[in-house]
Design a protein around this ligand. Structure first.
Ligand code: NDP
Length: 483
């Protein structure tokens, strides 16, 4: 199979000396393509081109930036079906989710198109007479974006859109597992009337291309989403040249089900958030903390719901859960099933590899009951269709368990009590709290992020993104006396 154009540097597509195979996790006989890997020279060219293009883009003005972002967003939305199909084919999420993700990516671009026009500054009186002060936001410069495979279009979109809206240049290292999505998004951006080198795609192994990118002194800011160990490694590597850092990392999201909850709704929300996207979401509900009074009824209903999910080929009608993304991820998931059992958790359903018409990485959604918060399956991010139930005798106990984690991304509570809901909202240590809603499922126009080991640096999304993608300049002007 001929190599797919997959390296985009200084306004030109390039081939790589090395390639990676991109195979469909729903059907391993389906080879999507051979994708080139950027070399150190490609990366260095991209960085130099980005550095040169950034001031040209910053001077192009906000109307231009608005128009370019609007065009990208509009095209993504119009082509959500086609690009969503490609995304689902290579990542494995059901087609409806793939299409939804691409549409959402379009919304990030149209939202930031408008935000480009809304970048206001401040005026201040000086404490010294005759001096005026203004405070403006300027582009931060060259932004390195390192993204994961689980939302291969939406995650880069919510980073690239504000980066470009606020006048920056971008060098993007996508996840090597999902190169087709990266190429599809880049093709749309590359067709816009933007300076050559403003936007660059440099695929390749994280440990090589990614590492060289984050170590480069050309980079002014790094936005990363992925695992905690890699996030920490990037921060440690980058610190010698001190770029701005924005990191969204792991999670272990708690979901509290109180004795006054609507139990059927609680089960639907828990199951949807635990198993949607094959559990490969940083917002997945992975620790279900259930009041003793409703525990047995909840677990019974949850197990039935988990068994009822249709696991199958991502592009087949009726599929609710697609395959796991890769052989490595599947092996890790199955290992966590053994870990849970060895720790004494009770596996109520699922947890085994499944066979389907086509050979793929299918896994039955798993529910562990009788778990304790100190177990590894409740401490470590599994990124798997596995959820763990814990009992709590009271709301206070449930909240204490929920807060006993190094992570703090999202958290949810199911209750009819306004007092409990308000207390939870105030006292849950997480960046995002949900009341009578699943832990997964967020909007595109408000900030997203976490606390503790889940996040580091300024928030992503909404107008809060300006904090990261701009730098503040304070100007003092002494006008002098009129002539
Ligand atoms: P990683 O954190 O390993 O990778 C995320 C991105 O970082 C990828 O583009 C990767 O490249 C890149 N990368 C890896 N090493 C470096 C490095 N040294 N310097 C710069 N960039 C680097 O996540 P994975 O995709 O491998 O998933 C592994 C685990 O991470 C999952 O099981 C899950 O627990 C967690 N994860 C969490 C996410 C979240 O949103 N919370 C998202 C994705 C993963 P490449 O993979 O192409 O080599």
């Amino acid at each position: 199979m001929p190599q797919t154009n997959s390296i985009y540097v200084a306004g030109e597509w390039r081939h790589g000396a090395a390639t990676v195979e991109n195979r469909n996790p729903s059907d391993l006989s389906d080879l999507i393509g051979e994708y080139g890997q950027a070399s150190a020279a490609d990366l260095d060219d991209a960085l130099a081109a980005a550095r040169a293009a950034q001031p040209i883009w910053a001077r192009a003005g906000v109307q231009k930036r608005h128009d370019v972002l609007m065009a990208i967003g509009t095209e993504l939305m119009a082509r959500a079906e086609e690009i969503g199909r490609l995304l689902s084919r290579e990542e494995g999420k059901p087609l409806a989710e793939g299409k939804g993700e691409v549409y959402r990516a379009g919304q990030f671009f149209t939202y930031y198109a408008a935000e480009a026009l809304r970048l206001h500054g401040d005026l201040a009186e000086s404490v010294r007479p005759g001096i005026e002060i203004d405070v403006r936001r300027e582009p931060v410069g060259v932004v390195a974006i390192v993204s994961p495979w689980n939302f291969p279009v939406a995650t880069p979109a919510w980073k690239i859109a504000p980066a470009l809206a606020y006048g920056n240049a971008v060098v993007w290292k996508p996840a090597n597992l999902t190169p087709a999505s990266a190429v599809a998004l880049t093709e749309i951006i590359a067709r816009q009337d933007i300076p050559k080198g403003l936007f660059n795609l440099v695929p390749g192994p994280g440990a090589a291309v990614g590492q060289r990118l984050v170590e480069s002194p050309v980079v002014d800011a790094i936005s990363f989403t992925g695992s905690v160990p890699v996030g920490r490694q990037i921060a440690a590597s980058a610190i010698s040249h001190m770029p701005k850092l924005q990191m969204e990392m792991g999670s272990k999201n708690p979901f509290l089900v109180m004795d006054d909850a609507d139990l059927d709704l609680a089960v639907a929300h828990a199951a949807g958030a635990a198993f949607g996207g094959t559990g490969q979401k940083c917002t997945a509900a992975s620790r279900l903390i259930v009041h003793t009074k409703v525990h047995d009824a909840f677990v019974d209903k949850l197990t039935k719901a988990a068994k009822a999910f249709v696991v199958g080929h991502a592009l087949e009608d009726g599929t609710q859960i697609g395959p796991v993304v890769s052989a490595g991820q599947l092996a890790q998931n199955l290992d966590y099933i053994s870990v849970g059992q060895a720790e004494g958790a009770e596996l109520l359903c699922g947890g085994e590899r499944l066979e389907r018409k086509t050979e793929g990485y299918y896994m039955a959604p798993a529910v562990f009951a009788g778990t304790r918060n100190e177990m590894r399956i409740n401490r470590e991010e599994m990124f798997a269709p596995i959820t763990c139930v814990m009992k709590a005798g009271s709301y206070d106990e449930a909240l204490a368990i929920a807060n006993d984690s190094e992570f703090g991304l999202t958290a949810g509570i199911m209750t009819r009590s306004l007092a409990r809901a308000s207390h939870f909202r105030a006292n849950m240590r997480a960046g995002t709290v949900m009341v009578n809603l699943p832990t997964a499922g967020t909007d595109y126009h408000v900030p997203f992020g976490g606390r503790g080991a889940s996040s580091y640096g300024p928030r992503e999304q909404g107008r809060y993104a300006a904090e990261f993608y701009t730098t503040v300049k304070t100007a003092y002007v002494a006008a002098g006396a009129p002539e």
